[in-house]
Design a protein around this ligand. Sequence first.
Ligand code: NOJ
Length: 565
Amino acid sequence: MTDQLFALPTAERDDAAAAAPSPWWRDAVIYQIYPRSFADSDGDGIGDLPGIRSRLPYLRELGVDAVWLSPFYASPQADAGYDVADYRMVDPMFGTIADAQGLIADAHGLGIRVIVDLVPNHSSDQHEWFRRAIAEGPGSPLRGRYHFQPGQGENGELPPNNWKSIFGGPAWTRTTDPDGTPGDWYLHLFAPEQPDFNWEHPAVADEFRTILRFWLDLGVDGFRIDVAHGMVKAEGLPDIDESREWHLLDAGISPCFDRDGVHEIYRSWRRILDEYPGERIAVAEAWAPTLERVANYVRPDELHQAFNFSYLGTAWDAADQRKVIDDSLEAMRKVGAPATWTLSNHDVVRHTTRMLQPNDGDEVAGRKPIDVDPAAGQRRARAATLLMLALPGSAYLYQGEELGLPEVVDLPPEVRQDPAFHRANGQDGYRDGCRVPIPWDGDRTPYGFGPPDGPSWLPQPESWAQLSVAAQQGRPGSTLELYRAALALRHSDPALGAADNLTWCEAPEGLLVFERAPHFRCTVNMTAAPIRIPMPGRALLTSGPVDLDGAEVEIPADTTIWWSV
Ligand code: NOJ
């Protein structure tokens, strides 16, 4: 049996920032950095901006076009930085504004664009506006910038409506007035430390326009918009239908998600982005109920991209995958936006583990992971990745997936930090398992994540020495070399560009086969048994070992092959 066809990329990549054809984002590969878990320069056990800066050459070699950084702003970290106290300040835990500027400059020097996270649905309860709103009491004009409401019941002891927090428990918390008596309630769709802004208040919209400009002036290439479907709530904050479960990816029209009013906000943001040179972009984290509703966020005068959670939540099944790919391409085609593809992020079980688990529908965030056979998980994840990277559009990678990291399923409750885990008494909120700091080198923790023998904010498994960057670098057949080879081919082969051309070919059941003009073919065996077909052409890359001698090829289970035909 021949080994994988991993050609180590030899050709130098183009300098994306300088020479890539515009618009760069239509087929970009964007790598998500979760700052607290990427690289720790000062040995406090938490990753930081200087750490990221020092590892940028690795990302250039990997071949990504851009990075998206999860929040690094001033924050009490009640939700790992998605609770922002100051949108224009870097949290000292992560560094300084000068570090952010240095990171942006270094990344641009290497041809890597930088996308930052923007969290407009809610702030931290330590944001100056909210702190003052509480301290000044019921008459404070700052209360209008959040959703403060009197309670129901004789003494206001019941929440204003029946909305629930995504992290468990009610979506309302009662305040205490300055004189010590119980006061009004405030809305938080997430943790109590994350009060929702009232986007009807003009000061909120003004503030976010200036925050956008602040980071654009600093040189960022775009924004990932957190809870992009949440900012506008139904007038009067009506009760929800209790008979329905309360999910992010809600199957109906909810009073607080995916309201038509959010699109006005994005039109105004698009005008700002377009004022800046160099194709600055925004990508929506919008858990809308259908791909058609997701497409609304990327109409020509709105945002550029939206995450494709329907794809992420689709089972490893040939018919289901084909359908979601077709539906995604069609929905985006109608509005002229590129499709996006992603398999992992900081909120879901890593796909090395997830793709072997029973699939119970679209709801993927917070799902409890189970242990799977690591070799089988890696085999399927690699096949899924090669499929994803062959699709037209833009792909999002999550740090560590290029190392084939599995979900860490056995973190003890006392080390877990996901607020949802603690609010739901440990029955929900399993997001720490995909946030464990990544291994760079060495044979003991923290595996180069920080200084030798230094701490790591979540414990890393013993088995990760063999998954480190150093252990995989230059090793034919490693997951890291597979990613490098795939990204190098994506860059060098015009058939793998942004053009929205994908044609399905006749194939035996369980085998997905599609072509992209002029000469590219992808075959994916999604069954548990090998499938034999006539040799279609010259193999470019395989996700696992394949025997390529002969007139026929036997494609092993859970294996993807890229061909030139
Ligand atoms: C989505 C983010 O990805 C997640 O990590 C966060 O907890 C929620 N939004 C709330 O900001």
